[in-house]
Design a protein around this ligand. Sequence first.
Ligand code: SF4
Length: 93
Amino acid sequence: MSKKIEVETAEAFGRTFVKGNIPEIHPVRCMGCRHCVNLCKKLGPNVLDIVDGVAKPVHPENCIGDGACMVACPTKAIFLMSKYDPSSPPAAV
Ligand code: SF4
């Protein structure tokens, strides 16, 4: 039996992304290099910024879940996308 799930999507780079997840950033592995911040800003969503020396999703509502930040990170500090719950935003927001 199949289950129908309604999702919010975003169109970018000629593709359709499912919204609702944001990057989970490991605070010990992050060295604050800004690679993820700069790439996300350059691509458009502008989700991340450096807060207290580490990357944080300061605009989680903008995240399209493309995972570009994950591949930009040289230390693999971003290795999961987790569900974004507006009623319980990340600490940096
Ligand atoms: S690319 Fe990785 S190490 Fe650099 S700021 Fe982003 S999460 Fe931190």
